[in-house]
Design a protein around this ligand. Structure first.
Ligand SMILES: O=C(O)CCC(=O)N[C@@H](CCC(=O)O)C(=O)O
Ligand code: ZN
Length: 328
């Protein structure tokens, strides 16, 4: 049976090609594997994981997909780029080694010289090299540090006014991801890079909670895993008609950055994503600056007081009726 890539065993294969059923695999770098079908069916799909090295369930999903591709039990019909983004952080067992890689894209990697800055630039180059066809997709798979009232949700990167796509919302819902956060500003995340630089349908996909390797209940990821496998292994993906009632949609209304050493969140560490606080509640203090709930229904997402100075410590969101969205 051909070797299955590990974080560093792949280095011996860099530049190599290997036949797989119905095509071949190309090993562009450690954790960078392209599956080229002999008869590509029109979609260029990127499935990335391990932008954060401790978010293990998506890494196990990608590992198992690659294992089945090389074992001949999963035949890929769509051009697919698998990215294990931050092998060093995986080996380290941490979210990152020097700096949060998911704040280094769209050129932010030029502001530093750490291995994560260099890797983020390389990942952008691999994405650019990979996208050839018009239908471009990128699902950047993550898990969240805290519990979430909606276990699975996706961040729809800022579209610069372009309408939202019913087909993508339906694909995500079929994958078990029924909750969508609409980002209303550019970011330096991987998924926003693919949207902005390559006009891809790209999303940060939060599939559950951060857990150590071997402690994930992979049955909780089975629906998503099955849909991503179906996406890459079928000529045409059959999806049900769009049904707005399936989706919980939230607008990202505020991004609160930590600017001071003395940054505090005013709620316990075990408070779940999407927890709602009453208007006027003091959410956080950043030095002398107070952040209070401004809108009825405002909820917290990704609270993290330990981020580096200058980085995002909290998002707040408000629910949006889906009939308010411009959909195509
Ligand atoms: O649970 C957390 O605090 C963070 C989980 C995670 O890594 N989320 C991504 C979201 C990226 C985006 O906003 O598109 C991140 O923070 O990089
Ligand atoms: Zn993450």
């Amino acid at each position: 049976m051909p070797p299955v890539l590990g974080p560093y065993e792949g280095e011996s294969l860099i530049g190599a090609e290997q036949p797989v059923i119905g095509g071949h695999a190309e090993f562009w770098d450690a954790g960078v594997v392209v599956i080229e079908p002999d008869e590509p069916q029109g979609k260029d799909v990127i499935i990335s994981c391990a932008v954060h090295g401790d978010e293990t369930a998506p890494i196990e999903m990608v590992r198992d997909m690659l294992h089945d591709i090389f074992a001949g039990t999963l035949q890929v019909k769509q051009r697919t780029l698998f990215l294990i983004a931050n092998p060093a952080a995986i080996v380290n067992g941490t979210r990152f080694v020097d700096i949060n890689m998911n704040r280094l894209f769209s050129g932010a990697h030029h502001k530093g010289t750490t291995p994560e800055h260099q890797r983020a630039e390389k990942l952008e180059q691999y994405v650019t090299r990979f996208y050839k066809q018009k239908q471009r997709f990128h699902y950047d798979l993550h898990t969240a540090i805290r519990d979430s009232a909606h276990e699975k949700f996706a961040v729809y990167p800022f579209t610069h006014g372009a309408p939202y796509k019913k087909e993508q919302l339906t694909f995500l819902a079929q994958s078990g991801i029924d909750t969508i956060l609409l980002n209303q500003a550019p970011t330096t995340t991987f998924s926003y890079y693919s949207v902005r630089a390559h006009n891809a349908d790209a999303f940060t996909v939060e599939l559950g909670k951060v857990r150590p390797f071997g402690e994930n209940d992979m049955t909780r990821f089975a629906t998503a895993d099955a849909m991503f496998r179906k996406l890459i292994s079928t000529n045409e993906l059959e999806l049900p008609a769009f049904n707005g009632a399936r989706h919980h949609v939230y607008d990202v209304c505020r991004t609160i950055d930590r600017t001071q050493q003395n940054f505090r969140l005013n709620f316990p560490d075990d408070v779940a994503n999407f927890t709602e606080f009453e208007q006027g509640y003091l959410l956080a203090t950043d030095g002398d600056t107070e952040y209070r709930v401004e809108q009825a229904g405002e909820r917290i997402i990704f609270p993290n007081a330990d981020v580096a100075i200058g980085q995002r410590a909290l998002l707040t969101v408000v629910p949006v009726p889906i009939d308010k969205l411009e959909l195509v």
